[in-house]
Design a protein around this ligand. Structure first.
Ligand code: PMV
Length: 359
């Protein structure tokens, strides 16, 4: 590892790297971890397109003596942000054993999201994946270690995972799986693998409209939520259930069987929230409006036969998943019946995307 040290007699010119990386929505949820951010069960997600983070990492050789610290300036939407800086600094510092060159540099991060800040949309997946991709570009530029695109993506996925577990799935287009399972050769707890070639075309044209029920910060963070799985009496059966559901979901996604897909996805969302409610201490992140939306979606499906399904992350906002051909009808349904449950009527329109891009 010590080979990743810059030769200060032949320093790199100052420069920058810039990546745009999307968020993702889990269909089979990651909830419960072990070791260094490793998942208790495999998870599967769709990669989004519109909800993304742009991150530019500027670098130049640092002047002065090596004090073992990382020299970092951090700007979020062009403003200094101490809370985000501290988080990124902690992450970069944790990478020093394998990326010692980071402390030889003066680093400046300029980052921003495509969605309104504090819209209640989690930005850790897009943010941490964008940063991980920047770090991989930097490593490859200085040391030529990641020329092979597969090796590059895998390393980016590992680094993103260390920043925020679910971020490791954002590296790949269309769909990604994280967690070792005999169902997918090459899968691993350490990184996600691309699943775009294993899903029916219909899912590559899927929409995910995110109904923003509340923009407030969550009362219990994901980090605390994962930790509470430790004492949860349903934890072990839950992990087994996730494996069984993954198997059925992979079949349904291979064949494009939407009703089976939707049933599993909705069951997963409600299981995630049930696990929160029966943690000790118990907590609830769903709001009355989340439930009202869920009921209306079920009724709409019954009335129209349209294949529209809901899922939720660790928060009150509801994601509506549906095939592209329904976009006009579903957007009208949202405007007429669901927007009234959203804070300020805000809905973030999203869809399945092609994965990150270097800009
Ligand atoms: O990546 P984290 O630690 O923020 O955990 C996210 C967990 C869920 O979003 C609730 C589910 C998932 O798999 O993304």
């Amino acid at each position: 590892m010590s080979r990743l040290i810059l030769d200060s007699s032949n320093p790199p010119e100052p420069g920058h790297v810039l990546w745009r990386s999307p968020s993702n929505i889990a269909l089979i949820k990651y909830w419960g971890k072990y070791g260094v951010q490793l998942p208790k069960n495999p998870s599967l997600s769709l990669t989004l397109a519109a909800s993304c983070t742009d991150t530019q990492l500027n670098y130049e050789l640092r002047k002065g003596p090596d004090d073992g610290q990382i020299d970092l300036d951090f700007f979020f939407h062009e403003e200094e942000n101490e809370a985000f800086r501290a988080k990124v600094l902690e992450f970069l510092t944790s990478l020093l054993p394998e990326m010692p060159f980071l402390k030889q540099l003066k680093l400046t991060v300029h980052t921003g999201n495509s969605f309104p800040h504090s819209a209640g949309i989690a930005s850790s997946a897009s943010g941490m994946s964008a940063l991980a991709l920047c770090l991989c570009s930097l490593e490859d530029r200085f040391f030529g270690t990641l020329k092979d695109p597969e090796a590059f993506d895998q390393r980016a996925s590992v680094l993103a995972r260390l920043g925020s577990g679910s971020a490791c799935r954002s590296i790949f287009p269309h769909a990604a799986l994280w967690g070792a399972t005999p169902l997918v050769p090459g899968s691993s707890d350490e990184f996600a693998v691309p699943m775009g070639d294993h899903i029916h075309e219909t899912f590559k044209d899927f929409h995910d409209d995110i109904l923003i029920v509340s923009q407030e910060e969550k009362s219990v963070s994901s980090r605390a939520g994962h930790a509470l799985m430790e004492g949860n009496p349903y934890a072990e059966p839950r992990y087994a259930q996730a494996r069984t559901r993954l198997s059925s979901l992979l079949d349904a996604m291979r064949t494009g069987e939407l009703p089976e897909f939707g049933k599993i996805v909705e069951d997963e969302a409600l299981t995630l929230h049930a696990l929160m409610m029966c943690s000790n201490p118990s907590y609830t992140l769903m709001r009355p409006d989340s439930l009202a939306i869920i009921e209306k979606v079920r009724q709409y499906r019954a009335d129209t036969g349209h294949q529209v399904y809901f899922t939720l992350d660790a928060g009150p906002n509801v994601h509506l998943l549906y095939p592209g051909e329904l976009v006009v009808d579903v957007r009208k349904f949202i405007d007429d019946h669901l927007a009234e449950h959203c804070e300020g009527g805000f809905v973030q329109q999203d869809w399945v995307g092609e994965g990150p891009e270097e800009i």
